[in-house]
Design a protein around this ligand. Structure first.
Ligand code: SF4
Length: 427
């Protein structure tokens, strides 16, 4: 299946009819002229096949140049070449500044193998519409070092404080991943003991936060799976179920997870203002369970006010979807945005929570809470026969402990998550 373009004899040279044809040249779908990126990506999904958009005769909606290399889309979905994409002003959508992301990197090596999550990450966008208050991403170099670009592309004044108000998409990532994998010598692929060569989408944004991000994600995952590379998906968005067909085809090469730190809807709404409610995420996991897709839960961060009963309730919800693993981490008050969590708790009248969050900013109280929560979650999980916890104690906790406790925490840090992740890429 591929694209076929044909000039309209009655139009300008850039007026082209665009069709999808099968390998025998039969027309499967006729889009007329200038299909939107959304239409083309949705067609990929409908037919279950990737359509590479480079060098197919598509033209830029603004200047008419051929799309032979990098491209993006306008908010109305029309495809634009890279020159036009870089020249256009940001657009507004529901309070978000939207634009194209000029980031060159496709696949980045990641230190998340230390948490047994992956060896590489692909971020489908810069920025994230969910705007979680505890999010560490705006404190990382991926945002912190890109002030100038964000000011230029999305009129961002303060990338940290404005987190959640800008989103720059990487529309052509599937094509770039395809190109990169074609040229990859897999004997050089990084495969650490805990990362196992896995690629994670995404660590710096939510890869299913909306349809456009989901379309980019699908294309990248399809390319990776086709090349035998295992994939981990982590999201807060029930949109993830739109790709169950792809996940089923991937078998054990994929693990799909949702972050559910709490089932307290008001708290989650305050801390993750634009993310879907926790129950909707659980329902998505349930659909993955029913479809036999390997799945996990990220139960992090657990809030300091959570007691044994609340943790047991959360774990019983998780047990119902029979996850391969539940990742757990306590809160870490180090991020520059942590004060926003305090303010959010106060805004919804959670004074106890605000007080506890204030307390854990003191190192000794944070150590006490973090160790207590790690132990509590493990202890409660032991009551379920289908919950395996993978917890990753912060390095600072190890510095604060000694003897048996220190060794126990150290062992936890060295554990490999129980997922399979067969790596079948050509050597
Ligand atoms: S969904 Fe993830 S990346 Fe997005 S704001 Fe929340 S924590 Fe950050």
């Amino acid at each position: 299946m591929h694209l076929q373009t044909e000039r309209d004899p009655d139009g300008g040279w850039y007026d082209r009819f665009v069709r999808i044809v099968d390998d025998e040249g039969r027309i499967i779908e006729d889009f007329g002229k200038h299909p939107t990126l959304n239409e083309l990506r949705e067609a990929e999904r409908r037919y279950g096949e990737r359509i590479n958009l480079w060098q197919q005769g598509l033209v830029c909606y603004e200047c008419g140049n051929q799309i032979n290399d990098r491209f993006s889309a306008r908010l109305d979905g029309h495809i634009v070449c890279w020159e036009c994409a870089m020249g256009k002003a940001e657009e507004q959508q529901g309070g978000l500044q939207i634009n194209a992301d000029p980031t060159k990197s496709v696949l980045s090596e990641s230190k998340l193998h230390k948490k047994s999550l992956c060896d590489y990450v692909i971020n489908v966008a810069t920025g994230c519409r969910h705007g979680c208050k505890f999010c560490y991403v705006p404190s990382t170099p991926a945002i912190d070092n890109r002030e100038e670009m964000l000011a230029e592309q999305a009129d961002v004044n303060n990338p940290q404080e404005d987190w959640g108000t800008y989103l720059l998409y990487r529309d052509d990532l599937p094509e770039r991943v395809h190109d990169g994998l074609q040229q990859t010598d897999f004997s050089d692929w990084k495969k650490t003991r805990r990362g196992r060569g896995v690629v994670m989408l995404s660590s710096g944004t939510d890869c299913y936060q909306d349809r456009r991000a989901a379309q980019i994600t699908r294309g990248c995952v399809q390319e990776l799976i086709t090349h035998g590379v295992p994939v981990r998906i982590l999201t807060r968005s029930p949109n993830v179920v739109r790709d169950i067909d792809l996940f089923q085809r991937a078998g054990e090469k994929i693990a799909v997870g949702c972050s559910i730190p709490s089932f307290d809807t008001s708290l989650v709404k305050a801390m993750e203002p634009n993310a879907p409610p926790p129950q909707a995420r659980w329902e998505a996991l349930d659909k993955l369970f029913q479809a036999g897709v390997p799945r996990f839960v990220s139960f992090s961060p657990t809030y300091p006010t959570m007691d044994r009963d609340e943790i047991r309730e959360a774990l019983s919800w998780f047990a119902a979807i029979d996850p391969d693993v539940v990742f757990h981490e306590p809160m870490n008050p180090r991020g520059a945005n942590f004060k926003m969590c305090l303010d959010a708790a106060r805004e919804i009248g959670y004074e106890d929570m605000a007080e506890e969050l204030q307390n854990i900013q003191k190192r000794d109280q944070w150590v006490e809470y973090a160790i207590e929560h790690i132990d509590l979650v493990l202890d409660v999980a032991a009551q379920f026969d289908n919950i395996e916890i993978h917890t990753w104690p912060d390095r600072e906790l190890l510095k604060e402990t000694s003897g048996t406790r220190h060794h126990r925490l150290k062992k936890m840090r060295e554990k490999v998550s129980p997922e399979q992740f067969p790596f079948e890429a050509a050597k």
